[in-house]
Structures are given as C-alpha cells and as structure tokens.
Design a protein around this ligand. Structure first.
Ligand SMILES: Cc1cc2nc3c(=O)[nH]c(=O)nc-3n(C[C@H](O)[C@H](O)[C@H](O)COP(=O)(O)OP(=O)(O)OC[C@H]3O[C@@H](n4cnc5c(N)ncnc54)[C@H](O)[C@@H]3O)c2cc1C
Ligand code: SF4
Length: 550
C-alpha cells in the first residue's frame, strides 16, 4: 500500500500531553491531576513499560517526592534503604585516599537520602498517576512534534510495522496524533524531540553549551557478608587520567543488591578511550573488587547524564509547551543527582499549566514557568555548584575538584571567587585526532568480575524489531569514513556501550556497520560524534532495553 492510500492518522485531544514517563513526566502528570482532576492528561513512553528505559544510580533526595506525595513514607513503596554511611575516595592504581566527610560542603551530604532503583520508583509513580486518572501509553515513541501557527499542538507517535525498506508489513498501524493545549517534553538527557525544539525555537541562545557524561551501570547480587545496607561510596581518579573527568558510584541497597556504576565526562579528548573498558577496569581496583567476590551480575545498562547545570539550562518554554527534567538538564553534577530536580521541575511546570488551563488559555507560552525556576529550589540547588564542572574541565581532576570544593564552600557562605565560569567547547568538539593520541591497551575480561560488551548488552534485555528502518541516522557516510574513521580512528566503536558501531575491513576498505538492534538508547553517539553526523531517532515503540530495576 502506498502512503496516499492510507487513512489519515487518528487524532486524540487532551488538555496536556507529556512525552516520557520518567520522574519528571510522571511528577508533572500527578501534579496536574491533583490540581485539576477534570483535565485530561496523557503520557507516552517509548519503553515497553514504565521504568523499562530508566537507568540511574540512584541515591535520591526525597525533596521532590515529599512535595508531590507527602504521604509516601506510610505507603508500600520501592524506597526502602535509607543512606547510613557515606564514603569518598580518590583512587590511585593500587590504593586510595579516603577524604574526610568534614571536608565536603554540607550540600554534598547524603543524610536523609535513599538508595533506590529509579525504574521501580517510576513504576510506583506510574501507578499513582493512573489511580488519579492519567492515561499512560507505554510502548509508544513520540517521533514528531505537531505545529500549528508555529505553536506546538502535540506530538505524533511512530508507525508500527514499517519494514527496513519502507514497505508496510502485515499488521502495520500508523502513528497517532496526540493533541494538547500544552505539551511537556520529559524525554530525559538529549531528548530527540527536545533537541528539535531547542534548535527550532533557539532555546539555547545566550546559554553555555549543554555538557554530558556517559554513565554505565551494573546491578550485582552480592554475597550477604559483602553487603553493607545503606552504604554509599564514590570515587574519583584511577583508572581515568587527570585530564579525563568522571568517577564511580557504589550503592548497597535492598536485599544484597549493589549498584555499581562509572561516569565518564563526554568532553574527553583521546578517541581511543572506551568508557565501557574504563568501567570494567575500575572494578578490579583492590578497594573495589572484594565487594563482588562470590556475587553475580544481574543487569547492565548505560545512559547519558546532563552536566551543564545552571549556565546550560535552555529557555524552558515556547508556544504550546515546555521542557522539564533532564530534557532541560537539571542535574547537580557534584551530587550526581537529577531525579529530585526532574520531579521538582515537573511539579513546577504542572502548576503553571494548571493555572493557564484554569484561565482558559492554550498553546501559548508558559512564561511564568520560565521566570520562576531560577528562584525555586531547583535554581538554589544548581547555583551553588555551577562552577564545579567547568573548574574540573579546566584544571583537571586534582586541581579542578579542589577548586570546585572550595567554590562550593564559598557559595554555601553566599559568594564565589570565580563568578560563573563558562564550559567552553561542546562535547563533540573536544576529541583530538587519533594521530596525536596514545592508544589504550585494555585488559581482557575475565568473565567473573569484568566482561565484554556482548554479554553485557544481553543483561540489558535489549530487543528491537529487526525489520524496521535504522534509528541511527548517519547524514553523510563519506564524512563518516573520511573524518570519524580516518582522522579520529573510529571512536564510535569505543564510546558506544552496546557495540552498535564497528568499522570492518572489506576488500581492504573500511565499512561502517551499525548493529542498531543492540542500542540501549543512551544517546552518546548523538552527543559525541565529532562531526554531529549521527542522529538518534526513536525506533519502533517498545524497542530498546528492558531494565527490570535500574
Ligand atoms: C548513571 C547515572 C547515575 C545517576 N545517578 C543518580 C542518582 O544517584 N541520583 C539522582 O537523583 N539522579 C541520578 N542520575 C540522574 C537521573 O537519573 C536523572 O536526572 C533523571 O532520571 C531525569 O529524569 P527525567 O524524567 O528528566 O528523564 P529520564 O529519567 O531519562 O526519563 C525519560 C523517559 O522518557 C522516555 N522517552 C524519551 N524520549 C521519548 C520519546 N520521544 N517518546 C516516548 N518516550 C520517550 C524514556 O524512555 C524515559 O522513560 C543518574 C543518571 C545516570 C545516567
Ligand atoms: S547506538 Fe548510540 S544511543 Fe545506542 S547504545 Fe550506542 S551510543 Fe548509545
């Protein structure tokens, strides 16, 4: 059947459409229904179920949850492990220096926080939202923004049953239009539609570039004698060199579970660096490896995290909608926390949407939301740490972290010696040509503590319909060869945590292979490709990882 013979897409009308069922989207949906029960709210989620695509640490600051659901502490929730101990180490290759907690500014304390699976917290929030009457459509990706008179009028979900060559397979179902008076984009870090909106409405004009890290995580069931319920441990340093930002987290929670993860800042320069291999190597450190002795790795995944903070948050509003959560980039980098601000921004935006709907407005700009966030708890949280990331990027780990800590202390007292520093180049522009860099020899995995990427992706339960258009769009394949491969040595084969990209030799020529079905939707290629030549677009709804509790 050709497209002209198809019936028009089905359209449904709502008061508010929300893209993404993460903490931001679900908090917004719940708040809207609390304030205006008669108004209709729909949430679309590309994961096969709520929580399936959520990957986080996670130690959560409950400030957002307390505001949204004040009674949550008396309910059955997946939030069971309060933080009991907080340790911070700087690692060298064979030992580590434990930093006294007293050196850290109070804002870094995890007292009163909880260790959770953020995916499970989202499942809990999803149930809350549905009980209030929110319609949630998991397994549907929003692939297109609908515009009317240059205002956002909703989104369209992707077609289901489209073959790789464009023909309609049996059971083909066209996407749906979900139209709304307001549309909130809660897609998380590097949202694909949020990126389109930022460009179209120039939302990042006069802002610093957004910065990112890639976070890799494994979930382990450890031997009971290795489990220290409520222990939170962070490290800096080894195996990364002083010029490469990043660090690890290790959280002991629930029944003998340990979440271990590693973040590498995506402004790294050496194209030979592999964040995945750095993570594997980190686990072999003498201070770390013992935790996993006798344990079993049960899940793996990866996701980009926003790191630009205060100076990179784009304008949040445009006619007909707004950005919330990490689609805007509200992560507090030194605290490695964004879920509380994601929820707070969802709540804040919902309050402004509810007020506008009550006045009979629609499809206009929610300017009051934009005006309010910097003086809200989100702004307060981000302002005090605004120089931590740029100081780290400029002065390296040792100097930058020391200066960043000093700056967080002085900001706690109400002033800064550094003003508001700039981030400099966007992450795609920081790679150096391979010829100027040292190749890195990574040790082989042992299959017990360290692993390869294929067996890791297997543990992410990633699944995509195989016969569908590739969702990783390479704009110019000649450029990919002449620059990504010839100049930069093919960094995509190393930064992708799911072994999606490979350069293979065929008749003496390099050929770019894209194993799209492995993609865990971390968005790193969209961020780090040195020519911005790769665009991530949502595959068919329901595809991607199926994280049980990440
Ligand atoms: C490794 C790592 C560790 C972290 N540790 C912590 C921590 O310890 N504590 C903390 O507070 N924060 C932590 N964070 C940050 C935290 O996870 C984020 O700030 C938070 O998840 C942002 O919430 P969000 O709702 O904005 O986006 P997300 O949680 O990313 O949710 C977005 C949702 O939208 C869906 N979606 C996206 N695009 C579309 C589309 N086009 N159509 C339909 N659905 C779509 C996604 O599938 C997803 O379910 C960590 C992040 C990472 C990566
Ligand atoms: S293809 Fe891109 S989005 Fe998918 S896992 Fe690899 S780097 Fe992440």
């Amino acid at each position: 059947m050709n497209t002209s013979q198809l019936p028009p897409r089905e359209a449904m009308e709502f008061d508010t459409v929300i893209v993404g069922a993460g903490p931001a989207g679900l908090a917004a949906a719940i708040r809207l229904k609390q304030l205006a029960p008669a108004k209709t709210v729909v949430v679309v989620e590309k994961g096969s179920e709520v929580g399936a695509h959520i990957l986080s640490g996670a130690v959560i600051d409950p400030i957002g949850l307390d505001r949204l659901i004040p009674e949550w502490r008396g309910e059955q929730t997946p939030i069971k492990t309060p933080v009991k101990a907080d340790r911070f180490y700087v690692l060298g290759s064979s030992g580590g220096l434990r930093l006294p907690t007293a050196l850290m500014p109070p804002l870094m304390s995890n007292h009163g926080n909880f260790i959770v699976s953020l995916g499970d917290v989202c499942r809990y929030l999803g149930r809350k939202a549905e009980a209030l009457g929110v319609e949630i459509y998991p397994g549907f990706a929003a692939v297109e923004v609908l515009f009317e008179n240059d205002a956002v009028a909703g989104i369209a979900t992707g077609d289901m049953g489209l073959a790789k060559d464009g023909h309609h397979k049996a059971g083909f179902a066209p996407g749906m239009e979900l139209r709304g008076k307001y549309t909130l984009f809660a897609e998380g870090a590097r949202g694909s539609l949020s990126k389109v909106l930022i460009q179209r409405f120039g939302l990042n004009r006069d802002r610093e570039p957004q910065k990112f890290g890639i976070g890799l995580k494994e979930l382990w069931q450890v031997a009971p004698d290795k489990h220290r319920s409520g222990l939170v441990q962070h490290t800096l340093g080894w195996p990364l060199d002083n010029r490469t930002g990043g660090g690890s987290f290790l959280y002991h929670f629930d029944d003998n579970l340990v979440a271990v993860g590693f973040v590498v800042h995506l402004n790294y320069r050496n194209p030979y660096l592999s964040p995945f291999e750095e993570f594997q190597r980190f686990k072999t450190h003498p201070l770390i490896r013992d935790t996993f002795d006798g344990g079993k790795r049960i899940c793996y995944g990866a996701r980009a995290i926003t790191e630009g903070g205060w100076q990179s948050v784009p304008k949040l509003v445009f006619p007909g909608g707004a950005l919330i959560g990490c689609a805007a980039g509200f992560v507090n980098v030194p605290r490695i926390k964004g879920s509380h601000n994601a929820m707070l921004s969802g709540i804040l935006a919902a309050e402004h949407v509810a007020a506008a709907l009550a006045e009979g407005r629609g499809n206009d700009e929610l300017s009051s939301y934009e005006r309010s966030w910097r003086s809200s708890p989100i702004g307060h949280d981000l302002w005090r740490v605004r120089n931590a990331k740029p100081l780290w990027s400029t002065f390296g780990t040792w100097g930058g972290v020391a200066l960043g800590t000093l700056d967080m202390w002085t900001n706690t007292l109400g002033f800064s010696l550094f003003g508001t520093r700039k981030h400099g180049k966007p992450d795609f522009a920081t790679l150096e040509p391979a010829a100027k860099c040292r190749p890195i020899a990574y040790p082989k995995p042992d299959g017990r503590l360290t692993f390869d990427r294929s067996s890791s992706v297997y543990l992410s339960n990633t699944n995509h319909e195989e016969d569908q258009p590739v969702h990783l769009l390479v704009r110019d394949s000649a450029l990919q060869r002449s620059s990504e491969h010839d100049v930069y040595g093919g960094p995509s084969a190393r930064y992708c945590p799911a072994a999606v990209y490979e350069w293979v030799e065929e008749a003496g020529q390099p050929r770019y292979v894209i194993n799209a079905q492995n993609c865990v939707h971390c968005k790193t290629c969209d961020i780090k490709d040195p020519n911005q030549n790769i665009t991530w677009v949502p595959p068919e709804g329901g595809g991607g990882p199926n994280y049980p509790n990440m």
